[in-house]
Design a binder for this molecule. Structure first.
Ligand SMILES: *[C@@H]1O[C@H](CO)[C@@H](O)[C@H](O)[C@H]1NC(C)=O
Ligand SMILES: *[C@@H]1O[C@H](CO)[C@@H](O)[C@H](O)[C@H]1NC(C)=O
Ligand SMILES: *[C@@H]1O[C@H](CO)[C@@H](O)[C@H](O)[C@H]1NC(C)=O
Length: 380
C-alpha cells in the first residue's frame, strides 16, 4: 500500500488523467488485498490458487497492461491445484516411495502404461449409470470421502437417472504407505467406491490422475452418458446437475466454469510458470476450471487419443483444454453463469438450490450446507 500511495502522489502532480488511471489501479489493488486477506483463511486449494495467482501477478507488475488484464480477466486464469514437475522414471509397482527429485522440469509422465490396483470394472453397467462422478482425492483423505459418502454421494437417483460416484487415488507416498494401502483395501471392500492406479499420488501428478480417469471411463463406463470430474472439497447439487444434463448434447460436450483467454505466466518465479519451450502461445486455449467439469462420455476416448499427441503440462484442467483444442472441439458455456463457482458462495438456501457446484471453505460447511438443503420447506 505504501508503494501505491507513492505512486499516487507522483501521479497526482502529473495531472488529472494520470491521476484517474492511478486511482483505478489503487482501487483494484485494494480489492485484491481484501481478497487476499480472505484467502489466507480459506481452505479451498482451488480458490487459493485463483486469487493467489491474480494477486501475485498484480503485485509483481502492477503498472503493466498485463496486470490490468489479469485483474479484469477475473477467474480466467490457470486455477488448478495441480502444478509441478513429474518424473519420467519408470513406474514403481511397489507402494513405497523414494524421495523425489525433478529430473526434467515440466515433464509429465504420460503417456504411460499405468494399471489399476483397485478397480470397480462393473460399476457403470451394474448401476446403469447416467452420469458418473469421478472424485480425485489423496489416499489419506478419508474425511473428505466420508463427507461425500454421507452427503451428495447418497443422491443415487434423480429424475429416474442413476448417478454413480467413484474416488480416484494413486499409490500412497507417505512414510506409512503400507498401512495406508491396507486401510484403502479395507475401505474399498466396505464401500466399493475406490479406483486406485499405480502412479504415485502427489500434488504434482494430477494430470496423470486426470488422464487415468479418462482411461477408466473409456474402458469401463462407455454405457454412461456423462461424466463429471469434481474435486473433493466441492459442494455439489446433484439435482441441478442432472437437470442441466437432461437436455444437454450427447456428444462433444464439455462444460463447467469455462476460462477463455487465460494468460500463460512467463515469470519463472510464478507458481504457475510455464516456459515457452513447453507451451509457446500467449494464452491458454479455453478450458473448464478443475473444480468440476462435466463432459459427454464420447470425449473420454477422444481426449485419450489427443493426449498421445499433446505434450502434457502439469496443470490438469489446462491440459484437458489443450486436448480439446487439439480435437477442435469447443467448450460449452453452462446455461447460467452462476452454476459453477470457484469462489466459495455464502450459504443461503435459495442460492444453493440454484447452483451446481461451489468451492466451500471447509468440509464442515460442505456437509452442513448439503444437509440444510435437504430439509423440507421452500428454497426461496
Ligand atoms: C512488466 O511489464 C512490462 C510492460 O508490459 C514488461 O516490459 C515487463 O517485462 C514486465 N515485467 C515482468 C516481471 O513481468
Ligand atoms: C498498454 O495499452 C495501451 C492501449 O492498449 C497501449 O497503447 C500501450 O502501448 C500499452 N503499453 C504497454 C507497456 O504494453
Ligand atoms: C508421478 O508418478 C510417477 C509414476 O508413479 C512417478 O514416477 C513420479 O515420481 C511421480 N511424480 C511425483 C511428483 O510424485
Amino acid at each position: 500500500m505504501v508503494e501505491v500511495n507513492e505512486e499516487r502522489r507522483q501521479v497526482q502532480s502529473n495531472g488529472g488523467c494520470r491521476y484517474h488511471h492511478s486511482y483505478v489501479i489503487f482501487t483494484i489493488l485494494l480489492i485484491m488485498s481484501l481478497c487476499y486477506y480472505v484467502v489466507i483463511y480459506d481452505n479451498s486449494e482451488t480458490w487459493k490458487a485463483t486469487v493467489g495467482l491474480l494477486f501475485q501477478k498484480t503485485l509483481h507488475n502492477k503498472t503493466s497492461n498485463e496486470s490490468l488484464n489479469a485483474v479484469s480477466r477475473g477467474i480466467a486464469s490457470p486455477t488448478t491445484v495441480s502444478r509441478g514437475i513429474v518424473s519420467p522414471t519408470t513406474v514403481s509397482r511397489g507402494i513405497s516411495a523414494e524421495p523425489w527429485k525433478p529430473p526434467d522440469p515440466y515433464y509429465v509422465a504420460y503417456p504411460y502404461k499405468y494399471s489399476f490396483v483397485i478397480n470397480e470394472p462393473e460399476k457403470c453397467q451394474k448401476e446403469n449409470t447416467f452420469v458418473v462422478l469421478i472424485i480425485p482425492v489423496s489416499p489419506g483423505n478419508v474425511a473428505a470421502r466420508d463427507a461425500i459418502r454421507s452427503t451428495w454421494g447418497t443422491e443415487k437417483v434423480v429424475a429416474d437417472k442413476t448417478v454413480s460416484f467413484l474416488f480416484l487415488i494413486g499409490l500412497p507416498t507417505s512414510q506409512d504407505s503400507e498401512k495406508l494401502q491396507e486401510d484403502l483395501l479395507q475401505e474399498s471392500e466396505k464401500h466399493y467406491d475406490l479406483l486406485q492406479s499405480d502412479f504415485w499420488d502427489s500434488y504434482y501428478n494430477l494430470t496423470i490422475k486426470t488422464v487415468v480417469m479418462l482411461e477408466w471411463l473409456s474402458a469401463y463406463c462407455q454405457n454412461a452418458h456423462y461424466a463429471m470430474k469434481i474435486d473433493s472439497d466441492i459442494f455439489l447439487n446433484v439435482k441441478k446437475l442432472v437437470n442441466m444434463l437432461l437436455p444437454a448434447p450427447k456428444q462433444n460436450y464439455m462444460t463447467g466454469l469455462v476460462a477463455r483467454s487465460a494468460m500463460v505466466l512467463r515469470d519463472p518465479h510464478s507458481k504457475w510458470y510455464l516456459p515457452k519451450t513447453v507451451y509457446s502461445p500467449f494464452h491458454y486455449p479455453p478450458y473448464a476450471l478443475g473444480l468440476g467439469y462435466v463432459f459427454s462420455l464420447d470425449l473420454a476416448g477422444k481426449l485419450i487419443e489427443a493426449a498421445q499427441l499433446v505434450k502434457p503440462v502439469y496443470i490438469e484442467d489446462v491440459y484437458i483444454g489443450m486436448c480439446m483444442n487439439h480435437l477442435g472441439i469447443d467448450l460449452t458455456d453452462p446455461p447460467d453463469g452462476s452454476l459453477f463457482n470457484v469462489f466459495p458462495v455464502e450459504y443461503n438456501r435459495c442460492r444453493y438450490s440454484k447452483l451446481i457446484a461451489t468451492t466451500t471453505q471447509s468440509l464442515t460447511n460442505q456437509v452442513n450446507f448439503w444437509r440444510d438443503l435437504q430439509t423440507p420447506g421452500p428454497y426461496c
